[in-house]
Design a protein around this ligand. Structure first.
Ligand code: IMP
Length: 207
């Protein structure tokens, strides 16, 4: 039977991995989860904010202006790596750091080199994720979570993507690239921020 009142959630991403994660998280709810493509939306989003919150809100507001998005809850994320020794760089510029087309082997090596004189606590770093929601009534919400670690002395692990091989988690004796996808989702910045957002939406009676 088709449920005409079924709530629609659009996740503003073109990343299939992120779609898989959100579908899994919301699988126990009576909601239809759509990617931008599935919702029939194609927009270019200019991420020119200076904080993760600003960028995540830019994404949901841009998508929210599309007619296909009316009545839906729109979600988006923005994330990156903060290295304390580098004054929290690359931060919101994580994807663009040293150029969008530069390989992560080169980016990761450059960060390790810049920390060649840093020891112990000076190597602290984290992945940050902000999830933004635009509700059908125009209100917005954000949640933020981190996964704390240290920049490793060398790359390690072959799972994950991006900066995963250099964020070392002392309590796991490996980097986030050394964790399985399930383990990483359980403790990651994105997993935690998404679960917080799910709770806020349920508590507010939105989904
Ligand atoms: P975006 O939020 O999809 O724009 O991602 C920002 C950038 O942050 C990515 O391109 C990666 O460079 C970095 N990043 C965010 N989350 C992770 C992660 O879980 N592992 C490794 N790199 C990440």
């Amino acid at each position: 039977m088709i449920d005409c009142d079924m709530k629609r959630v659009i996740f503003a991403t073109s990343n299939e991995g992120k779609m898989k994660e959100i579908r899994l998280l919301l699988a126990d709810l009576d909601v239809e989860v759509l990617s931008l493509k599935e919702a029939g939306i194609s927009v270019s989003i200019v991420e020119d904010g200076e904080t993760f919150e600003e960028n995540a809100l830019i994404k949901v507001r841009t998508v929210g202006m599309e007619k296909e998005a009316q009545g839906a809850v729109i979600l988006a994320d923005d994330s990156g790596l903060e290295v304390d020794y580098l004054n929290k760089a690359p931060g919101v510029y994580s994807a663009r750091y040293m150029g969008e087309d530069t390989s992560y082997t080169i980016k990761n090596q450059a960060i390790i080199e810049q920390l060649s004189k840093a020891v112990g606590e000076e190597r602290s770093a984290r992945f940050v994720c902000v999830i933004a929601a635009l509700l059908p009534d125009g209100r917005t919400l954000t949640t933020r979570a981190t996964i704390e670690g240290q920049i490793g002395y060398r790359e390690e692990g072959s799972n994950g993507f991006g900066y995963d091989p250099i964020l070392y988690l002392p309590e796991y004796h490996t980097t986030t690239a050394g964790l399985s996808m399930e383990e990483k989702n359980r403790i990651s910045h994105r997993g935690k921020a998404l679960r917080q957002m799910k709770e806020r939406l349920i508590d507010g009676g939105v989904i």
